[in-house]
Design a protein around this ligand. Structure first.
Ligand code: GLN
Length: 252
């Protein structure tokens, strides 16, 4: 039996799960198990208990404007407060696209419908007329591991970061947060937000391990993470980057 374990909480899997976002959970579970670390996954849905204190890692996937709106009353009924205190407590969060937008102050759609979100971190999102769609590629800041991430984005929301929060990384190719300031995603405490569907973690094993390391270190103090053979995953990752750089990935 392992002496170490990680409890993962998948928030709103029934509503926020686009482009295989759930694959992030499978990836984390396998990478932990391959190292002999126990992993327990719980799904927390609309209407479920709001006490999130037992979890170490939280995942929230992407969703369309409609799904985001459906969640508002559940967030206000207590889950929002629990999410906020887990972030402040240094728990690891990976939030993708619609789930990422939810952690900011608000999302105003292109029709002027403003959804007041959690304000966990200081940023906000405004809808635009055109959608930012395609394979894209960015480099995380050194404070967020420095990995090169390849992913797929599809959003009309443009996210603008305010004071006190840093981007997750800087774009090499694509739109990222808003298509005009070269930033992608957010990093606030151990909250990692990104527009990268795909899903992000199986395609970017170095980033998956960065999140695992962050979670284990918070729980146990420094933990040495045994290396895995990622040659196949890295080949796929590098192949995708080459396609993007050659301008071939987004042609169909
Ligand atoms: N509804 C949001 C947007 O279009 C999020 C979309 C998504 O999660 N892919 O900006």
């Amino acid at each position: 039996m392992s002496t170490k374990s990680i409890k993962i909480c998948h928030i709103y899997p029934e509503a926020l799960n686009l482009y295989g976002d759930r694959g992030n959970i499978l990836c984390l579970k396998k990478r932990l198990e391959w190292r002999g670390i126990d992993c327990y996954v719980s799904e927390v849905k609309i209407g479920d208990n709001s006490d999130l204190s037992e979890y170490d890692f939280f995942f929230i996937g992407g969703g369309q404007d409609f799904e985001q709106e459906v969640l508002l009353s559940d967030l206000k009924s207590g889950k929002g407060r629990s999410i906020k205190s887990a972030v402040e407590d240094g728990k690891t969060f990976l939030c993708i696209c619609g789930g990422y937008q939810m952690m900011g102050h608000y999302y105003e759609t292109k029709d002027g419908n403003r959804m007041e979100f959690l304000g966990v971190a200081n940023f906000a999102t405004i809808g635009s007329e055109y959608r930012m769609i395609g394979d894209y590629f960015f480099k995380c800041t050194p404070e967020s591991g420095g990995c090169e991430i390849v992913g797929f984005e599809n959003h009309s929301g443009r996210t603008y970061l305010g004071e006190g929060v840093a981007p997750l990384g800087h774009l090499i190719y694509g739109y990222g947060n808003n298509g005009d300031d070269d930033t992608e995603g957010v990093r606030y405490k151990n909250l990692f937000g990104s527009y990268s569907h795909g899903p992000i973690l199986p395609k970017n094993p170095e980033f998956a391990d960065y999140l695992i390391q962050t979670t284990l270190d918070r729980k146990y103090g420094h933990v040495d993470l045994a290396p895995l053979d990622d040659s196949v995953e890295n080949d796929a990752h590098d192949h995708m980057i080459n396609l993007i750089l050659k301008g071939a990935a987004n042609k169909n």
